[in-house]
Each structure stands twice: as structure tokens, then as C-alpha cells.
Ligand binder design. Structure first.
Ligand SMILES: NC(=O)c1ccc[n+]([C@@H]2O[C@H](COP(=O)([O-])OP(=O)(O)OC[C@H]3O[C@@H](n4cnc5c(N)ncnc54)[C@H](OP(=O)(O)O)[C@@H]3O)[C@@H](O)[C@H]2O)c1
Length: 216
């Protein structure tokens, strides 16, 4: 895939901000999408690289890769409203983890489609490719853009080509090694893995637990 423009919807937030900033620093053309384009424009002020703010719809229309970095509960409405803006062959990357808090513990919410990524797949046009990644790398570390990541980031997707292209996006971020784990249905395993990272963070009183696979 030639170097694509990358939209980060929710790039104003905790997780998306770090992804967008690190991709822009790596030389990618990045569009931060927001419900409020003025908020997006303010968020990117002072960032390094080719980065601008836009509405969700305009960010989608301008980009060959669209990273969905918004809360899981907001995905359905966002995609229902903006589905017509995706160009054919757009690569949509779901990063969401449907965490559920209650009773002093964190669990994964049930998702009827199987995983958050399959929830996305069910709501985008058929000409759009879907992958899942950036689910396990911690937002707290991503957003400290000068701190090295030095970890692996898993990728799954609805075709081999989608996974290859998603892995290339991941590896534009310095310090991330992409690991292809296969079909989109494996996204649920990644969502559980994030739950493991959250549990490690809580028990060890840290914010940056992440994964490295040995033996590769
Ligand atoms: N935090 C982590 O460590 C982490 C790790 C892995 C994955 N994730 C996933 O990354 C995604 C973003 O997490 P976050 O912690 O960055 O969340 P966040 O800061 O609460 O939200 C991110 C952005 O989403 C937009 N947003 C918020 N509520 C919305 C709504 N109801 N409808 C549409 N847009 C809305 C906002 O952008 P505008 O107001 O500019 O529109 C906000 O800046 C989530 O799906 C999360 O599961 C997070």
C-alpha cells in the first residue's frame, strides 16, 4: 500500500492522541477526527508532523486508513451516521475494548457479534476492509510520545491483505513490532488480553503493562 493518509477518529482522546501523534512523528499524514472540528484543530496544535483536525465525516472521506479510537459504546452511532463516507478499500482499524466496570472489578462486556471488531465489521460497507490492532498497547504510555514503547502489538483482520496493511501501520510507530494473529474473530482474544494488562496494572500499581512475545 502506498503511504496512506490516516484518520484517527477520537484522536482528541486518551488513546487516539498517542496513536495519532506517534504516527505523525513517523512521517504519516494524519487527520484527527472529532465530533467538533474546532476541538480537533485545537488538539493538534503544536504536534510534530503533517497533522490536521477535521470532523469525523471529513476525516473518513480524506483517508485510506481510518482508526476508530472512540469509546466502544459510541461506535454504532458513529458508523451509522458516517458509513457512506468510506471510500472503497478503506482499511478500518478498530482499537476498542468493551470494558465493563462494576462491583469493584473490570470485565469485558458481552458483544453480540463476538468482538468489538466484528461489531464494527457489521456496520461498515462491504467494500471496506476491517482490522483490529492497538488494543493492548497502553494509552498512558502511548501518550508520552518521547517514551519508548518496545513491545509487540497484535493485528487481526478480515483478509490477509488487511492484516498486512494493518501491520505496516503498526510498524510505522517506532518501537512496535506487529504480530499477525489471523482472522478478525481473534479480536475478542485481544480484548481479553487488554483485560489482563489492566489487571496487571492494577495489581502492580503501574500504567504501562504491555506484551512481548518470545520465540519469534
Ligand atoms: N485508554 C486505554 O488505555 C486504551 C487501551 C486500548 C484501547 N482503548 C480503546 O480506545 C478507545 C478510546 O479510548 P480513550 O480512553 O481514548 O477514550 P476517551 O478519551 O473517552 O474518548 C476518545 C474520544 O472519543 C470521542 N468520544 C467520546 N465519547 C464519544 C461519543 N459518545 N460519541 C462519539 N465520540 C465520542 C471523543 O472525541 P471528540 O469529543 O473529539 O469527538 C474523545 O476524545 C476506546 O474504544 C478504548 O476501549 C483504550
Amino acid at each position: 500500500m502506498p503511504q496512506p493518509t490516516i484518520a484517527v477518529l477520537g484522536g482528541t482522546g486518551h488513546h487516539g492522541r498517542g496513536i495519532a501523534q506517534r504516527l505523525a512523528r513517523a512521517g504519516a499524514a494524519v487527520v484527527v477526527g472529532s465530533r467538533d472540528p474546532a476541538r480537533a484543530a485545537a488538539a493538534v496544535e503544536g504536534w510534530t508532523g503533517d497533522v490536521r483536525g477535521a470532523s469525523y465525516g471529513d476525516a473518513i472521506a480524506a483517508s485510506a486508513v481510518v482508526i476508530l479510537a472512540v469509546p466502544f459504546d459510541s461506535l454504532a452511532a458513529l458508523l451509522d451516521e458516517h458509513a457512506s463516507r468510506f471510500a472503497p478499500q478503506t482499511l478500518v482499524l478498530d482499537v476498542s475494548v468493551p470494558l465493563a466496570f462494576g462491583g469493584g472489578t473490570v470485565t469485558l462486556a458481552n458483544v453480540p457479534e463476538g468482538s468489538a471488531a466484528e461489531h464494527v465489521k457489521a456496520r461498515v460497507p462491504p467494500h471496506v476492509r476491517v482490522g483490529a490492532t492497538f488494543k493492548t498497547v497502553p494509552a498512558a504510555l502511548l501518550s508520552e510520545v518521547d517514551r519508548p514503547l518496545d513491545c509487540d502489538e497484535f493485528v487481526c483482520g478480515d483478509s490477509a491483505e488487511a492484516r498486512t496493511d494493518a501491520a505496516a501501520i503498526v510498524e510505522r510507530v517506532q518501537g512496535l513490532r506487529a504480530i499477525d494473529i489471523g482472522p478478525l474473530s481473534r479480536a475478542r482474544a485481544l480484548e481479553y488480553l487488554t483485560l489482563v494488562a489492566v489487571a496487571i496494572n492494577r495489581r502492580q500499581k503501574i500504567h504501562d503493562a504491555r506484551f512481548r512475545i518470545v520465540g519469534l
